[in-house]
Design a protein around this ligand. Structure first.
Ligand SMILES: C[S@@+](CC[C@H](N)C(=O)[O-])C[C@H]1O[C@@H](n2cnc3c(N)ncnc32)[C@H](O)[C@@H]1O
Length: 186
């Protein structure tokens, strides 16, 4: 199945549009939990802005369900550890100390997100944890055929609490005041 970003022009347009945004503040929080040198899987790496930042401290495997983003990243870093992976099924035999995503899992429906949370638990090393950010809200929209599912903290907790210990859930601002939140799950 193709998606919007399979068209290289759309991927480059996104890269231009997203310039100036990154997960710097989130990664600072992450560093409080995850020791330097730990292994991290990043589903939905997109242009790889966060991948670059994460790689300064961790052994990171970048991934996306769009080959275009992997190809674009490889042009600047031919040795990068990259996998073509869907964030729902995460078909890999590898295990990680942390699974990190920044504004990716809102592309999943609630049922898909529940499936992803189950799968993520299977590919965590003992003591490992998840760190994910979301757009805050309680509606859904579609842009360019891509789903944008806005979640509330309560919705996330309902899905995550049966599977994980919640270490932290916090609101922050990206485009608008308090429009985002991150969750840390063990
Ligand atoms: C907002 S971008 C993430 C940007 C990234 N945090 C960065 O640092 O550049 C969202 C990414 O999620 C990817 N994506 C959407 N649905 C996905 C899925 N089901 N599995 C894996 N990646 C997905 C898109 O291809 C896109 O690259």
């Amino acid at each position: 199945m193709t998606n919007y970003f399979d068209d290289e022009k759309n991927a480059w347009d996104y890269i231009e549009m997203a310039k100036g945004y990154d997960g710097r503040e989130l990664i600072e929080v992450l560093k409080g939990y995850l020791p330097r040198g730990a292994t991290v899987l990043e589903p939905g790496m997109g242009p790889g802005v966060d991948l670059d930042l994460l790689s300064q401290s961790y052994q990171v495997t970048g991934s996306d369900n769009t080959q275009t983003f992997l190809d674009i990243y490889r042009q600047k870093d031919p040795g990068a550890d990259l996998l073509l992976l869907d964030a729902i099924k995460i078909e890999t035999d590898l295990k990680f100390d942390c699974i990190y995503s920044n504004k990716v899992l809102h592309h999943l429906s609630p049922a898909e997100l529940s499936e992803s949370f189950l799968r993520q638990r299977e590919i965590l090393n003992p003591g490992g944890f998840l760190f994910h950010s979301f757009w805050y809200g309680d509606h859904e929209e579609t842009m360019h055929g891509l789903r944008f599912q806005y979640y509330t903290e309560d919705q996330l907790l309902t899905m995550a609490e049966p599977l994980y210990e919640v270490l932290e859930i916090n609101r922050y601002s990206e485009l608008e005041e308090e429009d985002s939140f991150y969750i840390v799950l063990k």
